[in-house]
Write a protein that binds this ligand. Structure first.
Ligand SMILES: [Ca+2]
Ligand SMILES: [Ca+2]
Ligand SMILES: [Ca+2]
Length: 261
């Protein structure tokens, strides 16, 4: 949600002014900083607030005209860290010596993770800015709750929340976070606060079922090395080459249902 506001002096404030918060860190670079406008002066520059600040001066989708010298952004709080929000998330599996990340949908439908847990299953949630636990320590069962899985540990690293978690089999796994804020005592995290992943062993094509088409897809990649194009087919997360064991674990899960609400 980004609002630019333009101020034209010597005209009364019109209409009902709406308030909005600039929430996009990436957008800030496009916006000029607030600056003073002297009485009677004309300006066409955009007077804006930085991320996390309240923007005043836009009504019903149109620019609001203001009295001379009144620049609302001059009265706003000092620039501080913006409110972070989740921007992307991945399910990471370690295939032998190499990790491969499956990008996760942040909203419905939940992404299907066809791979087993492997040695170090991790969900990594990336935020728009650096974060910290408000109570000083990011913990399983506190800041992070994993439904239909086991939260093993949580690490905050800059703008990433690293959740080491085992997924239950054929389950809708939900990683939910709370109690996080911008690093340095900044504003609380805003926006979506959880991500669903459908753990469905062998469902390599990501549709509703584990069936013969999944077996065929794996078969088509037999003996191929695990790489960025093939990692989902290393269902048992061993690395090396895709092989009969990946077919076998998929076969063992044929027609087993799984769904996220
Ligand atoms: Ca805590
Ligand atoms: Ca399938
Ligand atoms: Ca394998």
């Amino acid at each position: 949600m980004i609002r630019k506001c333009r101020y034209t002096p010597m005209v009364a404030l019109a209409s009902i002014v709406t308030f909005a918060i600039v929430t996009s860190e990436s957008a800030r670079a496009d916006l000029a900083p607030c600056k003073a406008v002297s009485a009677g002066a004309e300006t066409t520059s955009n007077a804006v607030a930085n991320v996390g600040q309240t923007v005043i001066g836009r009504a019903s989708g149109r620019d609001v005209q203001m009295h001379a010298g009144i620049l609302p952004c001059l009265t706003l709080p000092p620039v501080g860290p913006g409110a972070p929000q989740m921007t992307l998330a991945v399910s990471r599996r370690t295939h032998g010596l190499t990790s491969f990340d499956l990008s996760l949908n942040l909203t419905n439908p939940a992404t299907v993770e066809p791979r087993q847990n492997g040695a170090a299953p991790t969900v990594i949630i990336v935020f728009s800015g650096n974060i910290e636990a408000a109570d000083g320590s990011a913990d399983c069962g506190d800041e992070v709750v994993v439904n239909n899985g086991t939260c093993n540990s949580v690490v905050v690293a800059s703008n990433r929340l690293v959740v080491n978690a085992d997924f239950d089999v054929n389950a809708c796994v939900t990683v939910k976070f709370t109690g996080l804020r911008a690093a340095g005592g900044g504003p609380d995290v805003i926006g979506e606060n959880d991500v669903d992943i459908l753990a469905h062993t062998g469902n390599v094509d990501g549709n509703a079922a584990v069936n013969i088409l999944d077996l065929q897809a794996i078969k088509n990649r037999l003996i191929q090395p695990v790489n960025n194009a093939t990692f989902l087919f290393d269902v048992n997360v061993t690395g090396g080459a895709i092989n009969i064991l990946d077919l076998q674990v998929t076969k063992n899960n044929l027609f087993q249902p799984a769904a996220c609400p």
